[in-house]
Design a protein around this ligand. Structure first.
Ligand SMILES: [Zn+2]
Length: 530
């Protein structure tokens, strides 16, 4: 028996743009659409042409996507004809392959929000779908509040869905707009809808207000729906939308869904981690370490006995292979670490070591000593690697910082405004060469970072693509003294990420340690010669 096709519809650029703190530019939208297309998503909803300048421009920009590019808009307003509604006209004018129109399907909303009759709302659905069809667009009808509507008046909610389908909509999308519906309810209600509209014309659009948007999407598929709508990283208003980044691998990798086929190939699935992290970067957010499948901790193991079992056979503690989604296995080096954790981590980063080598026992001791004073190597993979490589004697001494000086000054600028300026001067010895760099920054750590990376002589070309993407500070109480722990996340031109750590009673010193580890890590990674 052939596999059944399931379609994926992404609304990151429309519903995802409702996330508080998210404001996509035109360049953001084009870049994200490009990533979605590369991932193999069937439909990309670009936004709301006519409603805001960015979206109008987006639809005016030439695009070349495999995905069906979709414009979003509203069905005609009550009391107007489809040809005399400026909002609908703007959507119909947009250069796009498909149009998704939203309509009310909850009788209560029809009465209170639209202030119209149920009949007029049905007529609006029919007219709007036909108008979009007449423009030779593929038409989707989003049934707003469908599940709440069904609970209030099942006959009317079904009539709305049927009206859209009968008028020629390719897809009737059932929206859990308030996000409060539970999976068993979704399955039951979708089961009723497919008696009226065939399942291969039904889509599900779930919001995550009970953290079950992904489960609700699968419940709808079980009941017969064949299109899933969602966003990258579950972006969306309030608690977000169904997370496609969790839905895609589940559909691809779980035997439960082996009877289905989606547009994402095995090779495209391997880009999932990259796509998820690239979106966070665009949004200037730290990625969720604990995100299923793609988080940095999704395949990380801490306890000693698990680590030794994982080394024998990874399947013992993993539900899918990390490589399938482009992630990496990680064995955490932590306070409880045994030798097996250390050995597993060394193996992962490509350092050959013999378990009876006395340096391994010494490394374990040093890790424990340092963790006792505030270091957290499980959160700083690159610093662990640097420590291990140094102890095993494989890090060249590329350069020495012989002196640095950071100063913070508050004064009046030329315009007479009070400003705080930071400046750093760094003296570096590279081979026989003595170099001095100075830089200003928006804070002392930023100035130090700028100065450090300004001139490393013959090594400069290896760190050109290095940038800091996150900087986190925590004050810890170690014994009687407060110490500062700094974690720095860096990235390079290959989109590789790593985290380094520094601990000191002085925040500048802690930052300096983490910065140095990051630079040296990058030099090692780039194969810079000693
Ligand atoms: Zn929504």
């Amino acid at each position: 028996m052939g596999k059944q096709r399931l379609y994926l519809f992404d609304t990151t650029l429309r519903d995802g743009a409702q996330t508080s703190g998210v404001d996509f530019t035109l360049a953001d939208k084009l870049a994200i659409a490009g990533m979605l297309d590369e991932l193999g998503i069937d439909y990309i909803e670009g936004g709301y042409p006519g409603a805001n300048p960015t979206d109008t421009e987006l639809f005016g920009t030439p695009r070349k996507f495999n995905a069906t590019f979709t414009a979003f808009g509203m069905t005609r307003r009550p009391g107007r004809s489809a040809s005399n509604d400026p909002g609908l006209a703007a959507v119909l004018e947009a250069k796009t392959d498909a149009i998704c129109l939203v309509a009310k399907t909850w009788d209560y909303h029809v009465r209170i929000a639209l202030e119209t009759t149920k009949e007029e709302n049905l007529a609006s659905i029919r007219d709007s779908v036909r108008a979009a069809q007449a423009r030779r667009r593929e038409v989707l009808l989003d049934c707003e509040h469908f599940f709440d509507g069904y609970k209030s008046n099942p006959k009317y909610a079904l009539a709305c869905a049927k009206a859209a389908h009968d008028a020629g909509a390719r897809w009737v999308v059932l929206c859990d707009t308030n996000g409060g519906t539970l999976p068993n309810e979704v399955e039951k209600i979708v089961g009723e809808v497919v008696k009226v509209v065939p399942g291969d014309h039904i889509g599900i659009h779930a919001h995550n207000d009970t953290e079950q948007a992904v489960a609700n999407s699968f419940a709808a598929v079980h009941a017969g729906a064949r299109q899933i709508q969602g966003t990258l990283n579950g972006l969306g208003e309030r608690c977000g939308n169904a997370n496609l980044v969790s839905i895609i691998p589940t559909l691809k990798l779980k035997p439960e869904f082996a009877g289905f086929e989606i547009g994402v190939s095995d090779a495209q699935l391997k880009k999932l981690v990259h796509v998820s992290h690239a979106l966070d970067e665009r949004l200037n957010r730290a990625s969720n370490r604990h995100a299923p499948y793609v988080g940095e901790s999704a395949f990380a193991t801490k306890a000693g006995i698990h680590a030794s079992a994982i080394m024998k056979d990874p399947a013992t503690y993993e539900h899918v292979t990390p490589e399938s989604v482009g992630n990496k296995r990680k064995v955490l080096v932590s306070e409880q670490a045994g030798k097996s954790n250390i050995l597993a981590e060394l193996e992962r980063i490509g350092i050959k070591a013999n378990k009876d080598d006395p340096r391994i026992a010494r490394l374990l001791e040093v890790v424990k000593e340092r963790e006792a004073i505030g270091y957290a190597y499980e959160a700083a993979d690159a610093s662990f690697e640097m420590l291990a490589r140094r102890m095993l004697g494989t890090v060249p001494n590329y350069f020495d910082v012989t002196q640095f000086d950071v100063n913070v000054e508050q004064r009046n600028n030329a315009k007479g405004e009070r400003v705080t300026v930071s400046m750093a001067v760094v003296k570096v010895k590279v081979g026989d060469e003595n170099l001095i760099s100075a830089a200003e920054g928006n804070g002392p750590v930023n100035a130090l970072d700028q100065a450090l990376r300004k001139d490393l002589g013959k090594y400069q070309k290896y760190i050109e693509g290095l940038k800091l993407t996150d900087y986190r500070v925590r004050i810890l109480n170690a014994g009687t003294e407060a110490v500062t722990r700094v974690l720095i996340e860096s990235e390079d031109e290959t989109s590789d990420h790593w985290t380094t750590i520094g601990v000191s009673s002085n925040i500048i010193d802690a930052s300096f340690q983490a910065l140095m580890d990051s630079i040296v890590y990058k030099l090692v990674k780039s194969g810079a010669p000693a």
